[in-house]
Design a protein around this ligand. Sequence first.
Ligand code: NDP
Length: 239
Amino acid sequence: MSRSVLVTGGNRGIGLAIAQAFAEAGDKVAVTSRSGEVPEALAKYDVLAVRCDITDAAQVDAAFTEIEQKHGAVEVLVANAGITNDTLLLRMSEEDFTSVVDTNLTGTFRVVKRASKLMMRAKKGRMVLISSVVGLSGSPGQANYAASKAGLVGFARSLARELGPRNITVNVVAPGFVDTDMTAVLSDERRAEIVSGVPLGRYAAPAEVASTVRFLSSDEAAYITGAVIPVDGGLGMGH
Ligand code: NDP
């Protein structure tokens, strides 16, 4: 059955792979980004691209209204949009901290809150929040990012309890290092260092995160909620 799926930050990287996976399966997919452009890789699908900066509640509301008009109420929400702004604590300004939290954590709150309204009315829904292995293990130079990603876990688990009685599942996917623009900025030296700590000895492909997100949104995963699923090649084991 074709569902209305929204992937925030679905224009590139992990979000793009997630959007492709749902589109390939025949769902009605909407992707948001700050530009609102249709990514080339999605041109062959009938994907709706919507401009939406998740730091702005009015833009979030307008994007949902457009998606609801064109695809119907969002039944699967993938809160994927996120940023990094790495620096060591003593150099980290308050703006460095709050801007990352405002996008990764409060931005997710904005889209989840807006999506939950109609999901609660429909008494069904799936939400998948994209966190990170570093939200659980920590990472030097990423205190802002790790705090925002750890926050998603408490947020999701609270919602899993709150929305479970309405047949809405809320899960977290915690990727390790994935080949995207976000990690392309890392030096070869840092990349080699990271890979040496990954039992599977490599970065993930975005599609490997996408398949887990799709599983959590499927009928087969109907009894999974409040879970944090690592897709990290074993990097975070024990966290
Ligand atoms: P990219 O940098 O490749 O893409 C980030 C996406 O987020 C873009 O689509 C971007 O849209 C969107 N975005 C950022 N800020 C905003 C905003 N204010 N409003 C709307 N959209 C926004 O990142 P990845 O694909 O690598 O990461 C996707 C998610 O996965 C992120 O949450 C990230 O933290 C997480 N993750 C990534 C890992 C990795 O190794 N790559 C590992 C673990 C987690 P735009 O094009 O408009 O900028």
